[in-house]
Write a protein that binds this ligand. Structure first.
Ligand code: HAM
Length: 420
């Protein structure tokens, strides 16, 4: 028990953390290209934020939240997603009084009590962006373009972007009425979850994975065929902008998303090779959320989040390797006590000059030090003994080519700088 991480969580050890650093840095780089700046919000928030933000009827709020009462009797929840916290912080810090749109990105752990499987954990991580304060479809297109560029830059060129429109309160109300009438006629063949969803949030019936429901709902009406003029125009413009940027997409009428705040644009990026949990990235527009959470009425938003674990799985399944460039520049091998003492100043001066180096800390034999240096993948090795200290010359060995150079010890830093 003590030495086992809780179910649904994973350690990220150095064998993997370099990959995390790589994708994180790439994400930061792409966000900065598009003018998005980082926001960091607490890992826990008041439970009410997610009930109001994500929605009372969602699986997340009903079944998956890590909620508890703290010692001060506050209802607290570990964030199940990044949007609600980012929007809360946007309001609390009055970011809306700054030039709009506010372009924010985040990198955050999230918590959902789900049944763990490949690509599905209880603690997982999201990279996300939120653009607040523009209701034009151009910003939806930009957000999609950002995600596509990110995936491309890390080597995933063939992921498919699926887009849909889930309408606005005006056309959704009409559509829900139509949908309920349709579903009422199917009551006998629907599963319990669908019956429940029919009343609370009928569009979510489309997401049902039950085979019988799927069989019987083949002619279900879709939101996208029932949009009001404003939503239709928004969607048409979005497609036009994506076409202009030559971003490939398909319109998938079945995308409804599992969070309640979506209006108009909804999109997903799917990877076909990570099994059931194939949605790597999901997002869309959430007009009304800022107001719902206590902010100004007119501020709209759009964004996405991608799951980092799913991203790394997809990279692995596509045989895309991330280079580990954490290897050492040089390992300093010492012979004897005097050399060991001297190595402290040598290593310090190498590190002061940003040369990645290490030395032995286990009193290893010379042979074992070389073996250890090899294990650490160091590019060079230098041996320091009594003679080297006396003559002020050392032998520098290139570990890849086995070439050796005799150089002056006082030139070690400059010599390495020119060779690395
Ligand atoms: P979401 O679709 O719930 O959207 O999650 C986004 C991504 O997080 C998913 O596509 C998936 O890659 C990853 N994910 C979700 N649950 C898990 C899990 N249990 N284990 C591993 N990965 C998971 C949102 O969270 C929205 N806040 C996205 C958004 C931002 N919409 C607008 N702005």
């Amino acid at each position: 028990m003590l030495t086992k991480a809780p179910r649904g969580t994973k350690d990220i050890t150095p064998k993997e953390s370099y990959k995390w650093n790589y994708v994180e840095n790439k994400f930061r780089e792409i966000c900065s290209l598009y003018g998005y700046e980082e926001i960091r919000t607490p890992v826990f928030e008041h439970t009410e934020l997610f009930k109001r933000g994500v929605g009372d009827t969602t699986d997340i709020v009903q079944k998956e939240m890590y909620s508890f009462t703290d010692k001060g009797d506050r209802e607290i929840t570990l964030k199940p997603e990044g949007t609600a916290g980012a929007v809360r912080a946007f309001i609390e810090n009055k970011l809306y009084s700054e030039p709009r749109p506010s372009k924010l990105f985040y990198i955050t752990p999230c918590f959902r009590y789900e049944r763990p499987q490949a690509g599905r954990q209880r603690q997982f991580h999201q990279f996300g962006v939120e653009a607040l304060g523009s209701d034009l479809p151009s910003i939806d297109a930009e957000v999609i373009a950002l995600s596509v560029q990110f995936f491309k830059e890390i080597g995933l060129k063939d992921l498919s972007v699926s887009i849909n429109s889930v309408g606005c309160p005006k056309c959704r109300e009409e559509y829900n009425k139509k949908l309920r009438e349709y579903l009422d006629k199917k009551s006998e063949v629907l599963c319990e979850t669908c019956i429940d969803r029919k009343d609370k949030n009928p569009m979510r019936v489309i997401d049902c994975k039950n085979k019988t429901c799927q069989e019987n709902l083949k002619d279900i009406p879709f939101m996208i065929d029932n949009l009001c003029d404003d939503c239709k125009n928004h969607f048409d413009m979005l497609k036009e902008y994506l076409n202009e940027m030559r971003i490939n997409y398909v319109v998938d009428k079945t995308i409804v998303r599992g969070l309640d705040y979506y209006k108009k644009t909804a999109f997903e990026i799917i990877s076909s090779d990570i099994g059931a949990q194939s949605t790597v990235c999901g997002g869309g527009r959430y007009d009304g959320l800022v107001y719902e959470l206590g902010g100004p009425k007119d501020i709209t938003g759009v964004g996405f989040a991608l799951g980092v674990e799913r991203l790394l799985l997809t990279l692995e399944n596509n045989n895309i390797e991330i280079e580990n460039n954490n290897s050492l520049d040089i390992f300093v091998v010492t012979i004897g006590e005097k050399a060991n003492l001297k190595s402290f100043s040598i290593v310090k001066s190498l590190r002061d000059n940003y040369i990645k180096c290490d030395k032995d800390h286990l009193n290893r034999s010379v042979k074992a030090q070389f073996k250890y240096s090899d294990k650490l993948n160091s590019k060079f090795t230098v041996v320091i003994g009594d003679d080297e200290i006396e003559n002020n010359t050392v032998v520098l060995k290139n570990m890849n080519t086995s070439e050796q150079f005799t150089i002056s010890l006082s030139n070690l830093v400059d010599e390495l700088k020119s060779r690395i």
